[in-house]
Design a protein around this ligand. Structure first.
Ligand code: FES
Length: 69
């Protein structure tokens, strides 16, 4: 599913970014461009990011410290 139409970022891209070490929306935006154009995807992108981080923490026991801003 496309999360960010402006930058063609899907939920899979966000999960992959989390696997590659992304932990904040700022990092996600920097690495994928998500939210960097019109910004209308920000809320959905954060929801997918939080879900991905939660799943990763549950599967790896990773302690996550998140900064949304
Ligand atoms: S839809 Fe993501 S920046 Fe426009």
């Amino acid at each position: 599913m496309y999360v960010c139409v402006c930058n063609a970022v899907t939920d899979s891209h966000i999960r992959n970014a989390v696997d590659d070490g992304v932990r904040t929306f700022k990092q996600l935006s920097r690495t994928t461009g998500c939210g960097s154009t019109c910004g209308s995807c920000r809320e959905t992108a954060i929801e997918v990011l939080v879900q991905s981080l939660t799943e990763k923490r549950e599967t790896t026991g990773l302690l996550t410290v998140m900064q949304i801003a």
